[in-house]
Structure formats: structure tokens, C-alpha cells
Design a protein around this ligand. Structure first.
Ligand SMILES: *Cc1c(COP(=O)(O)O)cnc(C)c1O
Length: 376
């Protein structure tokens, strides 16, 4: 069976984990956590990177740092993972969903302005499949209406928009290092931001409401409870695993984009015959091979194709029941405008196996299966 995903392992993970064990320091913010942050600050040109226990938690931190009041509104696509919504619901916000652009499955930036009210505080672009949203238009709207922008860059690590790393463009960016993402630590994430004025509040929030980070830097002589906080810092074993992956940022990226390019090139004939649609990468974007998907005619074709691929020994998946149709989405949110594409396109989309250790022979096999299928 060709799996849909396998956690990447590039080589030095165990050495680094052993170093952490030998240091006998396994709690958060040790040497490997610092190395991960420093590496990302440098690679992605961003002033602050706080490693977290998940992207969900990074989103929660970002939502908290946006200073929302109950009833404030947050605009996002309905085609996303539940955490994008949950993080803001936790702050008492109302979620306003906007339709996606079917070409990228990203939020349709031309439909955001009409959804803005005097309660709107935040826009949350989700960089689906590691392909950037139209950030110039979104940042421009945010400036005009005095809104914050939180980038859900869970899938966008090491992908770029006009030369800027995803996650570094808005007020906050959130990365995921879950095992299904390009770089992993099992479960983990990071909160990114440029502006120094967030650092103190962010550190307090992440360190159980204490000013412990300042204490460790020697800026104060004892630490105490100074505000609301939780525990959002991962342990050193996880950070050690991640550091080995981040050192191989380009190796992992190259393999994934090779797989992407193989699928893309060899499935072109199916698109030319009008049987499927392939992903579209707009100009000025550098994607990271996070995902390869195809779109088939409708839900019925997709269901049959997934079952047929399974018989051939290939695990393909779909995902994201649009949030506005889910029970919690109905309770906490509303869809602004018409759902022209979100539901329809989500039902047609099928993801192909994509992971670092996937062999090119297996990629060819998956492609050949799709080329020989006659039920489109
Ligand atoms: C994976 C993912 C998340 C959640 O990441 P975790 O690290 O598992 O919390 C959030 N948003 C999007 C778009 C994702 O793909």
C-alpha cells in the first residue's frame, strides 16, 4: 500500500535527541528550541519566532494578541482546518466566512471588503497547499480598515509571496510542524511576528502568565504571575527532532517539489482532455510542494476514484468539510455572500500521496493508475 503520508526523517534527528537527553534538559526553551527559532528567523527574515506545541496553539496565541472583545468579527475562508476557526472562537469572536477562489482554494480577496463591518477586527488568510493568498490586496484592505492580519501558514512553511516568506507578511504568522506537514516534530508549531511590541505579551502568554522569559534573560531578578497565560512551549526532544528537519529545509523542499512537478507534468493530458483540473500557481508565488491535488467532476466521481485507487494499493484522501456547514460553524459563524465555490469545489478535490520518503517509482505508479482510470 502506498501511504498518503509518512512523517519525514532526514538523518540527524536521533543524534540531536540524544544530545538533548545527554544535556539532561528536556523542558521548553532549551538549546534546540533556541536553535530552531534562530534558524527560522534567519531563513524567513522575521524578527520573532516562538516555537509552540502546535499551529492550533500558535493561532490561539495570535488570536489572544489581537485583543478581541466578545462579538468582534474575524474574516476567514470556510475551506480550512477547524483550528483556524477555534482559535478565534476561544476569544469570543464571531467567524465570518468568505468564499474561496476555485483556482487556488484560497480566500477570494475580492469578496473580503463586502464582509467587513464595524465589528471586524481580523482577516485570516489561509495559504492553502503552500500557495500564497493575494497578500498585497489583503494587507491593503487591512491598512484601510485598521484590521489585523493573522496568516494561517500551517501549510506554508518555506513558501513565498513576492520574495517574502509566508507567515512573515501579516501581523502574525502561524506554522505547523504536525507530522503531516513539510517539516515536523510530531506535534508542534510556531508563532511569527515582526513587531517588537508584541514580544512581552506573547512570552507571558506562552509561559503560564509569568515573566519567566525576562527572568532567564536576566532582565528582572525574580519572576511572578503577571497576566493570563497558558503553556504553549514544546519540550526539547521535539525541538531536537525539528532542528534536524529545519537544517534540511531545502533538501525536503526539493524532494516535495520534484514529486509535485512529476504529478503536474504527467497528469497534464487528463486536464487537456477535460477530465480533471490540476492546481494553479499564480504569478509571484513560490510554493513548497506541500500538497498535490486534482479536482474531478463531482463528489460521486471522487468517491469512486478514491475506492478504485485503494484497490490499486494507493491511499488518496479528501479533507475539509467546509466549516460553515459544520455544527460548530453554524453556531459560531456565518457565511457572508453566496457559497458559490467553497462546497462545490471541496467535494471535487482529491489529494495524492506526498511525503519526503515517497519514491519516484511510487509517484510514477500513482500517476499511471490515474492515467489508466476510465471513470472520470
Ligand atoms: C494542519 C493545519 C492546522 C493545524 O495545525 P496543528 O499543528 O495540527 O495544530 C491549522 N490550519 C491549517 C490550514 C492546517 O493545515
Amino acid at each position: 500500500m502506498i501511504d498518503f503520508n509518512r512523517a519525514p526523517f532526514v538523518g540527524k534527528e536521533l543524534d540531536y535527541m540524544k544530545q538533548a537527553i545527554d544535556n539532561a534538559k528536556l523542558c521548553g526553551d532549551g538549546p534546540f528550541t533556541k536553535k530552531c527559532s534562530a534558524l527560522m528567523q534567519e531563513a524567513f527574515k522575521v524578527n520573532h519566532v516562538l516555537l509552540t506545541t502546535s499551529c492550533t496553539h500558535a493561532l490561539e496565541m495570535a488570536a489572544f494578541l489581537c485583543d478581541l472583545q466578545p462579538g468582534d468579527e474575524v474574516i476567514m475562508p470556510a475551506y480550512t482546518f477547524v483550528s483556524t476557526g477555534d482559535a478565534f472562537v476561544l476569544q469570543g469572536a464571531k467567524i465570518v466566512f468568505v468564499d474561496v477562489n476555485p483556482k487556488t482554494m484560497n480566500i477570494d480577496e475580492t469578496k473580503i471588503e463586502a464582509a467587513i463591518t464595524d465589528r471586524t477586527k481580523v482577516i485570516v488568510p489561509v495559504h492553502y497547499a503552500g500557495v500564497a493568498c493575494e497578500m498585497d490586496a489583503i494587507m491593503d484592505l487591512a491598512a484601510r480598515y485598521n484590521l489585523k492580519v493573522v496568516e494561517d501558514a500551517a501549510q506554508g512553511v518555506n513558501a513565498y509571496y513576492k520574495g517574502k516568506a509566508l507567515g512573515t507578511i501579516g501581523d502574525f504568522g502561524c506554522f505547523s510542524f504536525h507530522e503531516t506537514k513539510n517539516y515536523t516534530m510530531g506535534e508542534g508549531g510556531a508563532l511569527l511576528f515582526q513587531d517588537d511590541r508584541y514580544i512581552e505579551k506573547a512570552e507571558i502568554l506562552r509561559e503560564k502568565g509569568t515573566n519567566r522569559s525576562k527572568f532567564f534573560r536576566g532582565q528582572i531578578d525574580k519572576y511572578t504571575w503577571v497576566g493570563y497565560g497558558s503553556s504553549y512551549l514544546p519540550g526539547e526532544l521535539n525541538a531536537a527532532y525539528l532542528f534536524a528537519q529545519l537544517e534540511e529545509l531545502e533538501t525536503i523542499n526539493r524532494k516535495r517539489t520534484d514529486i509535485f512537478n512529476y504529478y503536474h507534468e504527467h497528469l497534464a493530458p487528463l486536464e487537456e482532455k477535460g477530465l480533471i483540473e490540476r492546481p494553479f500557481i499564480p504569478e509571484n508565488r513560490v510554493h513548497n510542494g506541500h500538497m498535490y491535488y486534482i479536482k474531478v467532476r463531482d463528489l460521486e466521481v471522487r468517491t469512486k476514484l478514491i475506492a478504485w485507487m485503494k484497490e490499486k494499493g494507493v491511499h488518496c484522501v479528501f479533507h475539509y468539510i467546509p466549516l460553515h456547514t459544520a455544527p460548530a460553524g453554524l453556531k459560531y459563524g456565518r457565511f457572508h455572500g453566496e457559497d458559490v465555490y467553497t462546497t462545490r469545489e471541496s467535494e471535487r478535490l482529491m489529494r495524492l500521496p506526498m511525503y519526503y520518503s515517497l519514491s519516484m517509482e511510487d509517484v510514477k505508479y500513482v500517476t499511471d493508475c490515474l492515467l489508466s482510470y476510465t471513470g472520470y
